[in-house]
Design a protein around this ligand. Structure first.
Ligand SMILES: [Fe+2]
Length: 490
């Protein structure tokens, strides 16, 4: 273990089609189990079935359901066909529960159905003799059910059912956020780059839960890989939602998700599809898909781009979108990277922050240490970056933590400021064990480096406000055995 001490203030499917697809599933299962990043990008049914079975062979009925439902989604006819397929496989819901948008008194519970349903969520805390049922007013295929009126920093269990039915569809548990002025210890997990593969591997996501994290920040390249249309994205969400590993995680840990290039389209895409100036990314359609298929704070706001802020206990969290708001023709100019609107929004959020911890995530790297900045801040908007860092310099009472996704592997770098402060950028792109990253050419400020290939790890932030005047936070890098392989105290 290394310890770093940083002083910082910082379809209607036919039976014959079913049969041939089942044969394809069989082929997939007889191949090598290991799925490469290239295969994940390619995303054929063959490789997607490999991903599904890579770590644990799924029941035949689950695989056949996936094959048929995937075909229905791709045929764009979806609802009627999906409905019939779900009935045939005895599946009332298609996804969820997925927790999100945790606060000290509430949580949101996401569910997906093949046709409109009304849901009821019953939240319980036996020690407090608390039981409350929250019911949706309208039938819908996608629910983000708010459960409010809860007590801070308290563990609850819940069940989900169709309104009017006694049958419990799903259950889970969560712990509400501590209050903003909390004096104590709590934990949040962080990571990036599942590239679909990592959503099926049990160790890390089970550890996030068993080690007592109350939420997890997921910084891009997550459940979707290289899909151009909404139906294609949705078949990747289907793959996510049938993963037992993801189901266990999502029902117990509220997740916060920003997107990177592979969630939008393909490698290094940003603002444009495949760099084609005549083919801009349809940000509205993507935001709409993000709103439906994830469960994030500020999702209801009328906003172009996938960025938001939230408060979890004493930590203020700002998650930026460094892909969809890019102004390609202005590359190199101020605000070309985040766009004007997001740039002003981010500066205001920082200026108005009063929290002892300020966590800001960028889809791509803050620094240029890996891949020479390639498509990050350094080759897009150095002035905009300086503007944000200067705003952070003013937050003398906050611990500043910078996170980024995109680059694989796990790494941390110190960012020295003219006023003597040093901020730390953490990259934890090891949720999928995919290649890339590791040691920078210039390692003068690098705190640790793990290459992506073969490294599976997530980040854990332990906030300690036991002594309010000196809030502390410690970063741990946790491997699949639950070992803290890196520790950085801030
Ligand atoms: Fe990635």
């Amino acid at each position: 273990m290394h310890l770093h001490l940083i002083k910082s203030s910082l379809a209607i499917i036919t039976l014959s089609a079913t049969y041939s697809l089942a044969a394809s599933a069989h082929d997939a299962k007889t191949d090598s189990k290991s799925v490469s990043l290239g295969e994940a990008h390619h995303g054929s049914i063959h490789t997607d079935l490999k991903i599904l079975n890579q770590f644990e062979e799924q029941p035949e009925s689950t695989q056949q359901f996936y094959i048929e439902a995937r075909d229905a989604i791709l045929r764009n006819n979806s609802r009627r066909a999906l409905d019939q397929i779900c009935k045939r496989y005895d599946r009332i819901h298609m996804g969820g529960p997925m927790l999100g948008n945790l606060s000290e008194e509430s949580v949101s519970i996401w569910m997906q159905f093949p046709h409109n349903q009304k849901i009821s969520v019953t939240v319980t805390n036996e020690a407090q003799s608390f039981t409350q049922t929250y019911s949706s007013k309208k039938g819908s295929t996608h629910h983000h059910q708010l459960c409010d009126g809860l007590t801070p920093n308290t563990k609850y269990s819940y069940t989900v059912s169709i309104t009017g039915s006694e049958t419990i569809l799903a259950s889970g548990a969560f712990t509400t956020a501590p209050p903003k002025d909390f004096q104590g210890i709590y934990k949040l997990a962080v990571g990036a780059d599942f590239h679909k593969i990592g959503l099926h591997r049990p160790e890390l996501l089970d550890l996030v839960q068993s080690r007592g994290n109350i939420g997890m920040l997921l910084l891009g390249d997550l459940a979707v890989d290289g899909r151009r249309s909404v139906p294609e994205r949705n078949i990747d969400y289907l793959l996510r939602d049938i993963s037992p590993v993801w189901q266990r995680f999502a029902a117990h840990i509220p997740s916060y998700t920003s997107w990177d290039d592979h969630d939008y389209y393909g490698n290094d895409s940003g603002g444009l599809y495949a760099g084609n100036p005549n083919n801009p990314i349809d940000v509205k359609a993507l935001r709409s898909n993000w709103k439906r298929m994830w469960n994030n704070p500020e999702r209801q706001l009328n906003r172009e781009g996938i960025y938001f802020q939230t408060q979890i206990g004493p930590a203020h969290i700002i998650m930026l979108d460094t892909r969809s708001c890019r102004i390609n023709e202005k590359r190199g100019e101020l605000h070309s990277f985040l766009g004007e609107e997001q740039s002003q929004w981010a500066l205001k959020a920082i200026q108005e922050s009063t929290s002892p911890y300020l966590i800001i995530s960028s889809g791509t790297m803050w620094t240029n240490y890996i891949s020479n900045g390639k498509d990050s801040w350094g080759t897009w908007d150095t002035q905009g970056l300086e503007e944000i860092l200067s705003a952070l310099d003013q937050k003398s009472h906050s611990k500043i933590l910078l996170f980024s996704g995109d680059r694989h592997g796990a790494h941390a770098f110190g960012i020295k400021r003219p006023n003597g402060k040093t901020y730390t950028e953490f990259g934890v792109g090891t949720l999928g064990g995919v290649p890339g990253g590791g040691k920078a050419q210039d390692q003068s400020t690098q705190l640790f480096a793990y290459p992506g290939a073969g490294t599976w790890a997530y980040g854990e932030l332990e906030f300690d406000t036991t002594t309010p005047d000196t809030p502390a936070v410690t970063f741990h890098l946790i491997n699949t055995e639950g070992q803290e392989i890196e520790t950085v105290e801030l």
